[in-house]
Design a protein. Structure first.
Length: 90
C-alpha cells in the first residue's frame, strides 16, 4: 500500500533526523525540497506521520467492511448456484 510505505518512509526520516547534527534540513513537500530548522522538520514529520497513520486506520476499516460485503455476497451466490462456481481468491 502506498500509504503504508509513506508511513515507513516518514518513520525512517524521523530516525535520520534524530541522528543528524545539521543546522538546516531539507524536507520534501510535493516535488520540492524546502530548507527548514530541524525542530520545524521534526514537527512536520510528526504531523505527517499522524496523518498517514490515520489514513492507514481508515483504509483498514474500509477493507474489513468490503471483505465483509464480499463474504455476504459469496454466501448468497453459493446458496443460489451451489459450489458449481468458484469465488475464491487465487
Amino acid at each position: 500500500m502506498f500509504v503504508q510505505k509513506l508511513l515507513e518512509d516518514l518513520e525512517e526520516a524521523s530516525n535520520e533526523l534524530m541522528v543528524s547534527d545539521e543546522d538546516t534540513v531539507r524536507y520534501v513537500t510535493g516535488d520540492c525540497f524546502v530548507s527548514s530548522a530541524p525542530d520545524a522538520a521534526e514537527t512536520r514529520l510528526q504531523k505527517d506521520t499522524l496523518t498517514a497513520g490515520a489514513e492507514v486506520e481508515r483504509l483498514t476499516v474500509e477493507l474489513a467492511s468490503i471483505k465483509g460485503e464480499m463474504d455476504a455476497l459469496k454466501t448468497v451466490l453459493y446458496a443460489r448456484f451451489g459450489h458449481n462456481i468458484n469465488l475464491e481468491d487465487e
